[in-house]
Design a protein around this ligand. Structure first.
Ligand code: TYD
Length: 310
């Protein structure tokens, strides 16, 4: 059962291919709505919750932090309560490498202290801590995954990779923040999902598992690679004013998850190439999005952003 509020980034088109599957059902709802969550868990005989529901975009969290605190913290509490009250088998909390904060050298291990720096990262860190407190205090069977940046099909084009691909396809500028030397671990979404699936089946309750490719790429190199795949000129790259508090680098140590048998299967090149190909072949999916309220967001986010010298 997919339970989704369908806010701006939720999209029934993403689940279209599942509609004829007898094992699939959909309920529109908010994870902050405790009576509805409780009713659905009981009526549908739910025994496991995977919490992917979250406000996730750092730039939006800078403009409007309230919904992040509400969904990512309070919503997590509602799901933990349901897990505890109805004696569910397990809850998997999907978290992020951003809770560790900026990592200038080395890689984050699961026991590292949390030093979130954006309202988004702080709200996810809050969710993680409530999960761990429920495990310690009530023995609630919860396990946490902390993933790096996912890329792949169906990603809302506010995230940098689909934003750059779809802009490049339309010969629009690619707004690169600051000096473009920030580093991210861009993993293919299927690798990320397989990591979560491994934790769902083999992860130890009360534990945390990092999920990432272990390869960090500079934003400027990611942008150039997209342009190369699409045979577009480098002149489309536009250096713009940086994001406030922009974390320069994240890096995950995934030894703990690998000990459960998981391996990342796509290199960055393969992941990016597959992603570019999907957006090229699925304009029907993203053109609809880009012509709607997205335009208002884009103007607000990028309209007045100053161009800077690289
Ligand atoms: P993003 O996809 O927003 O993920 P996150 O900030 O959660 O890692 O951004 C990824 C990187 O790309 C990050 O270093 C910020 C940068 N970026 C740009 O340079 N330009 C953009 O327009 C966006 C959205 C992000």
């Amino acid at each position: 059962m997919v339970y989704d509020k369908l806010t701006y980034a939720g999209n029934p088109d993403n689940l279209r291919h599942l509609e004829d599957n007898p094992r699939y059902s959909f309920v529109r709802g908010d994870i902050c709505d405790m009576p509805l969550v409780d009713r659905m868990v009981q009526e549908q005989g739910i025994n496991i919750i995977l919490n992917f529901a979250a406000e996730t975009h750092v730039d939006r969290s800078i403009l409007e932090p309230g919904s992040f605190i509400q969904t990512d913290i309070y919503g997590t509490y509602v799901l933990l309560e349901a897990t505890k009250k109805f004696g569910l088998e397990r809850m998997v909390q999907i978290s992020t490498d951003e809770v560790y904060g900026e990592v200038t050298t080395g890689s984050s291990v699961e026991s590292d202290p949390l030093r979130p720096r954006s309202p988004y990262a702080a709200s996810k860190a809050g969710g993680d801590l409530i999960c761990l407190a429920y495990y310690t205090t009530y023995g609630t069977p919860v396990v946490i995954t902390r993933g790096s940046n996912s890329i792949g099909p169906y990603q809302y084009p506010e995230k940098v990779v689909p934003l750059f691909i779809t802009n490049a396809l339309d010969d629009l500028p690619l707004p690169l923040y600051g000096d473009g030397l920030q580093m991210r671990d861009y993993q293919y979404v299927i690798d990320h999902c397989e990591g979560i699936d491994t934790v769902l089946h083999k992860g130890k309750i009360g534990e945390i598992y990092n999920v990432g490719s272990g390869v960090e790429i500079r934003n400027i190199d990611m942008a150039k690679q997209i342009l190369r795949f699409l045979k577009k000129p480098k002149s489309l790259i536009r250096y713009v004013e940086d994001r406030p508090g922009h974390d320069r680098r994240y890096s995950l140590d995934t030894t703990k998850l690998q000990a459960l048998g998981w391996r990342s299967r796509h290199t960055f090149q393969e992941a990016l190439e597959k992603t570019v190909k999907w957006y090229k072949e699925n304009e029907w999916w993203w053109r609809k999005i880009k012509s709607g309220e997205y335009k208002v967001w884009y103007e607000r986010q990028y309209g007045k952003r100053k161009t800077i010298a690289p």
